[in-house]
Design a protein around this ligand. Structure first.
Ligand SMILES: [Cu+2]
Length: 131
């Protein structure tokens, strides 16, 4: 009786090892929410210029699992670049700054200026799409 009980356990362990060796070379990423996503191996780069009152480009689009590299700066006064869903919070001046992160969450997110910069400040919004 005992060997029969052990058989499924042995098969499970062997299956686990097979799975591990077949897929071990696949890059995975553990998001803070502990969701495991596959990295695409692609890096999407964007140069975002902030100005009174907008961002150029104002729509950026990537795929889940891409590395997103954003270089941002301001053309005029101090602005902000905030993507709260991704904990991104930059203050922008004329000096370009670069940030890099993994697009681990799918969805359509807003980015916006969080530094009061004039009467059109509230219109400084953009869209970050992760497919
Ligand atoms: Cu502003």
């Amino acid at each position: 009786m005992k060997p029969l009980i052990l058989l499924p356990i042995v098969l499970l362990i062997l299956g686990g090892f097979t799975f591990f060796f077949l897929f071990a070379d696949r890059a995975v990423f553990h998001s803070p929410g502990n969701e495991t996503i596959n990295l695409t191996g692609e890096t999407k780069e964007f140069n975002i210029e902030a100005f009174q009152f907008g961002f150029e480009p104002s729509i950026i689009e990537v795929n889940q699992g891409d590395v997103v590299k954003i270089t941002a700066w301001s053309r005029d006064v101090e602005h902000g670049l905030m993507i709260s869903d991704y904990d991104i919070n930059l203050k922008l001046n004329n000096e370009p700054q670069t940030i890099e992160f993994v697009a681990d969450k799918k969805g359509t997110f807003s980015f916006y200026c969080h530094v009061p910069c004039g009467k059109g400040h509230g219109a400084m919004r953009g869209t970050f799409i992760v497919n």
